[in-house]
Write a new protein. Sequence first.
Length: 458
Amino acid sequence: MSDLSTLLEVGGPVAALGGGAAYARAKHPAAYWSTVGLPASTIRLLSSYSSVMEACGLTVAPSRLRVLAVKTMTQREVRPVPPRRGLIRPTTTGLRLRLRLAPGQEPADFAASAERLRHAWGVHAVYVTTVKPGVIELRLVGYDVLRRVRMPRKIADGFLKVPVALREDATPFIRDYRTIPHQLTLGATLSGKSMYLRHLIAGLAPQPVALVGVDCKRGVELAPFASRLSALATDPEQAAELLPVLVKEMEDRYDLIKARQGIAGDTPDEEITSDVWGLPERERPVPVVLFVDEVAELFMVATKKDEERRDEMVTQLIRLAQLGRAASIYLEVCGQRFGAELGKGATMLRAQLTGRVCHRVNDEASAKMALGDIAPEAVYAACSIAPERPGLAVAGDTSGGWSRIRTPYLSLADAAETCRESAHLVPDLPALKPFRPHVTVRPVETAAPVVLPHPVTD
């Protein structure tokens, strides 16, 4: 009887501790990883490193000197040698470990065994990156960081760089307009595409750039940010007037480059290899970021006259995509579908958009429109995004690389407030003044007058 009571006394706290750990793992994975997962995975890695590498086929035959030393000093069997391991560096989301490759090994060998390493060391995922020739870094992620997105506290951002989402390897996804000037973002309704666009605008608002919007859905997506926009077109008719002005602005900037660098005036713009960033800072025009929301609305036609207007707008967008980078004019094109069925010029415009972000789509064809021509293996990843995870997307570029990302939640009120606080940063571009949206000044709420009690007198 006494043994049973002792067992109950010991088992109660153990069960409570196990239940608390299970709850923390489900509801607070970051706290669980820091307290339980990190020590357990570190011990498991240190104790099984050599055997796991051998089981995954990532070991090599030892050198002759090592074989001779082992046979001379001991009678042990000469075993294959794993890669040299560096220090284990813990992080808030996992572990980092650098390995020096043996002769004959390549990073692809470790990438192919990433799933085996994940199971062997009990982590959520393992990613392989090349640090320098002969050295790779294994990034072990302890839990699903995309389930509840928490951006890193320290992010190396900068001018025309916006940390807009979190990658599945716990690194920030930064939209860098200097590196990838134009981008296509696709996504079905309630997929998180608007949240992605909201982060971009809120991130660019405090920077000295001109923000231009084309929102043919009567401005329902971009109108809340009107206080920070230099121009806004809310229907195809206004867009047909705004796009030629942007093209003229681009041509004027090319003329500025020619005049500064002594290039002949009759030189075609396509042959000018320099850009505005080579100009002195006092003469450099302000960058322009053009947001096109629901690009399919620009392609919709009902009459012959609309078709002519559509062809002109598509031609102007293609010119901006082809030549805008050197003039510091960047495109952010968003929509639900973007394929050849939209009309003439759609495929050519898509080919100029280097970056691709594909949220949840309604069919495989839409995913192929975004990723099929740059990373065919990413199409399946985009098609497998569940509706229960809005904001989850697959990001890629023309280099063929891709990764899963997810945008953290940002309320529309907070993004609009950021734009209102940055309204004084709207640059002075005379050509865009006719398209500057009218911003209604919110009335100042005045407090009710305070009625003070009167003293009682005779």
